[in-house]
Design a protein around this ligand. Structure first.
Ligand code: GCO
Ligand code: MG
Length: 406
């Protein structure tokens, strides 16, 4: 099966998505997600200008060889742009191989290890009361695992917290012309977070998994304090408590708390994960298909994690396209050391552009059983939503304007 053409499709049905479509001489096509939120066109150019010319004429079945050709062959390895581009090719090739075999992708990985995929949703509110209502509303929808985030008294806006009364979109709208700036105070947040989880746990009872994302904003000792303060509420995980570049920061956190720790949505390779996994400093690894080199590389990360009793928890926010979601669900159904999958529903516009076989049912998802990863693109519809420049926000310290992690 020879590759005859490959194209990058950029569209913005509410937010930007970059999709690679590979065509073959067998008439089969494969799709890969290449979306890197806020830096979309860098990956589109990497693919169109540098990768696509090397794909034409290659054997689409040689997934492993193509991966190494693009990783080692480029000399400049790793990094989010490179690894998202490699991921798109890899995902499209797995899609093609599974279509050629007439099987859903999870069958090629080794078959299903479970009947369905546990997912967690986002419940967030402007204050504690609103967040509790949102947690209870998601519980009604059947979710057994719920991430709770809330506005913080004294802070005007907190990333990831949506206020429908202000017309907020889930996360940043795709028409933000320049990055919006938020004011941040760690002191205010650290006082508030335990109060939030006290209220949520009381309202929802013991039988729901609760999760929280600190979004890299704390120093190691602040992260340790938060993890310890949250212990009575028995979290499923505390995510990105402190920036992940330095594994030693996680040692300090570990020494102070038994709250399970998740990290890695910004990781791109095994090398980012290696120290944290081998030293058992984290419990869940959040790397996912699009930003960590595709199915081929994510599988290697998961295998290393398995021998250290670290489980997977793939990133699944709405800036990852349905193509990534579909591929991730096949991975999740197979991977032996599965933990949980993040799930934020896409908008109706996005779902229409990317028809898919995966489905949600009362807190669980399934990738479906059509050959391939089960996600396609309606190119005519996609063309109606042209790219719009969009940025993630930035955070500054409230008291003096110093740029901070967001
Ligand atoms: C999450 C993430 C997202 C990311 C976003 C970046 O846990 O879902 O933290 O909110 O910030 O996907 O593009
Ligand atoms: Mg996160």
């Amino acid at each position: 099966m020879k590759i005859t053409a490959a194209r990058v499709i950029v569209c913005s049905p509410g937010r930007n998505f970059v999709t690679l479509k590979i065509e073959t001489d067998q008439g089969l096509t494969g799709l890969g997600d290449a979306t890197l939120n806020g830096r979309e066109l860098a990956v589109a150019s990497y693919l169109t200008d540098h990768v696509v010319p090397c794909l034409i004429g290659r054997d689409a079945h040689r997934i492993e060889d193509t991966w190494h050709y693009l990783y080692r062959g480029a000399y400049w390895r790793r990094g989010p742009v490179t690894m998202s581009a490699i991921a798109a090719v890899d995902t499209a090739l797995w899609d093609l191989k599974a279509k050629a075999a007439g099987m859903p992708l999870y069958q090629l990985l080794g078959g299903a290890s479970r009947e369905r995929v546990l997912v967690y949703c986002h419940a967030n509110g402007r204050d504690i009361e609103h967040t509790v209502d949102e947690v209870l509303r998601h519980r009604e929808l059947g979710y057994e695992a719920i991430r709770a985030q809330s506005g913080v008294p004294g802070l005007d806006k907190v990333y990831g917290v949506v206020d429908p009364d202000k017309g907020d979109q889930p996360y940043e709208p795709a028409d933000a012309d320049l990055p919006s700036e938020h004011a941040w105070s760690t002191e205010k947040y650290l006082r508030h977070a335990p109060r939030l989880f006290d209220a949520v746990r009381r309202a929802v009872g013991d039988d729901v998994h609760l999760l929280h994302d600190a979004h890299h904003r704390l120093t190691p000792i602040e992260a340790a304090r938060l993890a310890r303060d949250l212990e009575p509420f028995r979290l499923f995980w505390l995510e990105d408590a402190t920036p992940a570049e330095n594994p030693d920061a996680f040692r300090l956190l570990r020494q102070h708390s038994t709250t399970p720790i998740a990290v890695g949505e910004v990781f791109n390779t095994l090398w980012d994960c290696k120290g944290l996994i081998e030293q058992q400093l984290v419990d869940y690894i959040r790397a996912t298909v699009v930003h960590a080199g595709g199915i081929t590389h994510l599988r290697r990360i998961a295998d290393l994690a398995a021998i250290h009793q670290v489980r997977t928890g793939c990133h699944g926010a709405t800036d990852l396209s349905p193509v990534c979601m579909g591929a991730a669900l096949h991975f999740d159904l197979w991977v032996p050391n599965f933990g949980i999958q993040e799930h934020m529903p896409h908008t109706a516009e996005t779902d229409a552009v990317f028809p898919h076989a995966y489905r949600f049912e009362r807190g669980y998802m399934h990738p479906g059983d059509v050959p391939g990863h089960g996600v396609e693109i309606d190119e005519a519809l996609a063309a109606k939503y042209p790219y719009r420049r969009a940025y993630l926000p930035v955070n500054r310290q409230q008291h003096d304007g110093t740029l901070w992690h967001w």
